[in-house]
Ligand binder design. Structure first.
Ligand code: NAD
Length: 277
């Protein structure tokens, strides 16, 4: 018997990375999964975002577990498209119990050099996109009257100072504040709301040439091998990063009845990055 057996989960930004891993782990634990991704690059983001092929692959992986999947290209900045997907998902699967608001982007610029566009893109996707997701699902979850779990993906950047990430840290700090308000508002409905705060996670957000150059500006063409030591030194545990599945395992726990009395919590999964003296 899976730990979220019989539940229906929605995962945003699910075409790859943590979102894909979240979708597959929830399916492995018995949930049917609704997945969405914008599958479109953003001008102010220096690495490519996911593709429709990536989204199709997540769909295939979810179905390979034996669970049902509904997938669609949706941008979390588009409230109407989110509302329609949630409505279609409830028509198809009957209910919605778990939400992983995971879609996100990053870029690195000193705060006073940020253009309006770069600032706004990060706030729109990472913070307003989470708000839109919540606004699409909460009325349904309240109406069902069976409680639920909403897990918002924040970051250690919400807690710890990080140069060149003013916009990103503001968005992820906003997500934590939103979570606290929601956990307050939704407790009476049995809906728990928590954040996951990943440290460095080995996904395409980190594994790309632009990021390697940010970590190693001293090298002309740095590769992943050149950033391992830098990343390892940031962590208390002797690893450079965590894997997407480490985040997903925490998500499964938060989404399951094992965490039935856990709400309003900020949960770092960071190999001790925040604990490091
Ligand atoms: N990788 C890390 O080190 C790290 C650390 C802390 C927090 N995070 C957060 O974890 C989450 C997942 O990131 P990841 O590491 O899997 O990176 P990723 O780039 O592999 O995945 C992000 C996904 O979100 C999708 N996406 C982007 N904008 C979207 C939009 N407007 N609408 C819908 N989908 C959109 C992308 O296409 C992509 O599939 C993000 O919120 C990120 O900020 C990542």
């Amino acid at each position: 018997m899976g730990r979220v057996a019989g539940k229906v989960a929605l995962v945003t930004g699910a075409a790859r990375g943590q979102g894909r891993s979240n979708a597959v782990r929830l399916a492995e634990e018995g949930a049917d999964v609704v997945i969405l991704d914008s599958c479109k690059d953003v001008d102010t983001v220096a690495y490519p975002l996911a593709t429709t092929d990536d989204l199709a692959e997540t769909h295939r992986l979810v179905e390979a577990t034996g669970r049902r999947c509904l997938s669609r290209v949706v941008d979390v900045r588009d409230q109407a498209a989110l509302d329609l997907l949630v409505s279609d998902a409830v028509d198809e699967f009957g209910h919605l119990d778990i939400v992983s608001a995971n879609a996100g982007i990053v870029s690195f610029t000193p705060t006073w050099h940020l253009s309006d566009e770069e600032w706004q893109n990060v706030i729109d996707v990472n913070l307003t996109g989470v708000f839109h997701t919540v606004r699409a699902v909460v009325p349904r979850m309240i109406e069902q009257g069976t409680g639920g779990a909403i897990v918002l993906t924040s970051s250690v950047a919400a807690i710890r100072a990080s140069r060149n990430l003013g916009h990103y840290a503001a968005s992820k700090g906003g997500v934590v504040s939103l979570m606290r308000t929601l956990s307050n508002e939704l407790g009476e409905h049995g809906i728990r709301v928590n954040t996951l705060n990943p440290g460095t996670v080995r996904t395409d957000m980190i594994e790309n040439d632009a990021m390697y150059r940010i970590y190693r500006p001293d090298l002309e063409s740095p590769t992943q091998a050149d950033i391992v030591d830098h990343c390892r030194r940031r962590n208390e545990l002797d690893v450079p990063w965590v894997e997407a599945v480490d985040i997903s395992n925490a998500l499964v726990w938060l989404a399951s009845d094992e965490a039935r009395y856990v709400t309003g919590v900020v949960l770092p999964i960071d190999a001790g990055l925040l604990a490091k003296a």
